[in-house]
Design a binder for this molecule. Structure first.
Ligand code: DAT
Length: 172
């Protein structure tokens, strides 16, 4: 049974994890956090001193996820998207958050000033949106506002409707 795969991306702090977990619990789809997966499997290739974080071993991450993606029924969460195979995802949602709100969220996380500024810049220059548009067919890439709790509720409902429609369209 072929089944839909949804991809949530965006700058760290925009709400991918919150949305992904809630979606999974309401839809029965499985939530996959690529950052956590890499951590558990130590799928790293060195350490980035400037950004103070491990460097993802992209090939090993892709190998690790391949079977699960073929099975489908998955919601994937990651703040990068240019290294996943294009065939994996049926729809891509880029979450977007206003600067002042994002700043507050990242400050709460205890990010240092450089990391804060880098992430805010990433959001201002819509790096993840551009990356998603360059990596997947434009018509499957959608932006969703993720500033307040009502947005979360709206986004869940919209994505659930999309998944339902996708399954209908592909079940014959
Ligand atoms: P990400 O997984 O993109 O890094 P997250 O899900 O951990 O982001 O969310 C970061 C913080 O923002 C967290 O404290 C929850 C909060 N948040 C997420 N979505 C929100 C929304 N729609 N409205 C208000 N706060 C939200």
């Amino acid at each position: 049974q072929y089944f839909s795969v949804t991809f949530l991306t965006g700058t760290p702090g925009v709400g991918k994890t919150t949305l992904g977990k809630e979606l999974a619990s309401r839809s029965g789809l499985k939530y996959v956090n690529v950052g956590d997966l890499a951590k558990e499997g130590q799928l790293y290739d060195g350490y980035d001193e400037e950004y103070d974080c491990p460097i993802l071993d992209e090939d090993r991450v892709v190998d690790e996820l391949e079977n699960q993606m073929k099975e489908g029924g998955v919601i994937v969460d990651y703040h990068g998207c240019d290294f996943f195979p294009e065939r994996w995802f049926h729809i891509v949602f880029v979450l977007r958050t206003d600067n002042s709100e994002l700043y507050k969220r990242l400050e709460t996380r205890g990010y240092n000033e450089k990391k804060l500024q880098d992430n805010i810049q990433c959001e201002i220059f819509q790096v993840l949106y551009e990356e998603a548009m360059a990596s997947y067919k434009e018509e499957i890439v959608h932006q969703l506002a993720s500033n307040k709790p009502e947005d979360l509720e709206n986004n869940i409902n919209q994505i659930l409707k999309w998944i339902e429609q996708w399954i209908k369209d592909h079940s014959s």
